[in-house]
Design a binder for this molecule. Structure first.
Ligand code: NAD
Length: 330
């Protein structure tokens, strides 16, 4: 039976991925140090015989060594995620996202690991021309510390081709949406829905800028497809992770939200300080891995509105830190 090490597996993506992999019959081993006090996200798995958790920092070789005992594949999700948190903690970010990730890729080089999947981001494309679509060969233009570290980690992994025993794979994730045990409201779709639903005036900057979005459950499915794939299909390959139908402008997201919350208040502004604007080409992941997202942005909005209607996340405006990457707790 495959045993998958999820580094950063207590996070927004990792806690949905854990459920998905357990349902498919994998053993899941999470390594996480709960930098946002997010241990509540793993409570539901404790006691499952196929689930193990190691508390600790993946930058510590002893911790990594303990957590990797018996694992067959590794997925690197961990680190400080997002532009704001990396800007706020640049040294910690360099220690984890740059050095820690590189050391981790080195650590597994000579281990008996089948695949090592590095989760990167479509933010690496940064700002591209209005009529362009970024495929995997497109020039990278990372604009933030966060994306710069992702680009350098991707390059480092690619440089290990031929010397690492494992099959390295890079998945450049679109921006995530969807419900998770570790919910994040610092991601555009969820943040917009929260503000509109609770009657705050949502201020949207640069509403015509494009970005791709993808549901966390679709990301989980894609990761399991990659784990199952023949190694020669994915060996040291980069895939944009998402689907054409979820390339959206911010205005298009708002237009979907007001279908569910018609009296929502929205104001538009210009030059908000985040110049990212990129539309992404997802043909490779479809052609090679037959992956297309099942969920639309509208599906994600609907499930979040239903959650709010049922009283979930009623503290999301009072306890902001719990629901996003705002403050490090360790
Ligand atoms: N969420 C998105 O929209 C999105 C988009 C593109 C790419 N990604 C990538 O997907 C991955 C998961 O993102 P997420 O949204 O789940 O983020 P998250 O912040 O919710 O999860 C990250 C997890 O890593 C853990 N962690 C951080 N530093 C650690 C360390 N030194 N040792 C052990 N654990 C550590 C945190 O405690 C947390 O549980 C990240 O690599 C991210 O860059 C996410």
């Amino acid at each position: 039976m495959k045993s998958i090490l999820l580094i950063g597996g207590a996070g927004y993506v990792g806690s949905v991925l854990s459920s998905h992999l357990l349902k498919l019959g994998y053993q899941v081993h999470v390594l996480d140090n709960f930098v946002y006090d997010n241990q509540f996200a793993v409570q539901q798995f404790l006691g499952d015989p196929d689930y193990k958790i190691t508390f600790g920092d993946f930058c510590d070789k002893q911790v990594l060594s303990k957590a990797s005992n018996g694992v067959t594949d590794v997925i690197i999700l961990g680190g400080l995620v997002g532009d704001p948190i990396t800007k706020k903690f640049p040294e910690e970010s360099a220690r984890i996202n740059e050095k820690g990730v590189r050391d981790c890729m080195d650590f597994f080089k000579d281990k008996l690991i089948d695949k090592l999947i590095f989760i990167s981001t479509c933010s690496n494309y940064g700002l591209i021309g209005e009529d362009e679509l970024a495929n995997e060969e497109f020039a990278l233009n990372p604009l933030s510390l966060y994306a710069k570290a992702k680009v350098s980690a991707e390059k480092y992994l690619m440089s290990l081709k031929g010397s690492a025993n494992y099959t390295g794979v890079v998945l450049r994730f679109a921006t995530a949406f969807g419900l998770s045990p570790r919910m994040r409201f610092d991601l555009s779709v969820s943040e917009f829905v929260r503000d509109v639903y609770f009657g705050n005036e949502l201020l949207v900057y640069d509403e015509h800028t494009w970005r791709p979005y993808c549901h966390v459950r679709d990301f989980s499915r894609l990761i399991s497809i990659v784990l199952d794939a023949d190694n020669d299909k994915v060996d040291f390959e980069v895939f944009n992770a998402g689907g054409e139908k979820n390339n959206f402008t911010k205005k298009m997201i708002v237009d979907e939200i007001v279908k569910f919350v018609p009296d929502g208040k929205v104001k538009y502004g210009q030059n908000g300080g985040d110049p990212r604007n990129y539309k992404v080409d997802f043909r490779k992941v479809k052609q090679i891995l037959d992956f297309e997202p099942h969920y639309s942005v509208s599906d994600g909005i609907k499930e979040l509105v239903m959650s709010f209607d049922m009283g979930f996340y009623s503290d999301c405006l009072d306890d902001m830190d719990k629901y996003g990457n705002y403050a490090l707790k360790i």
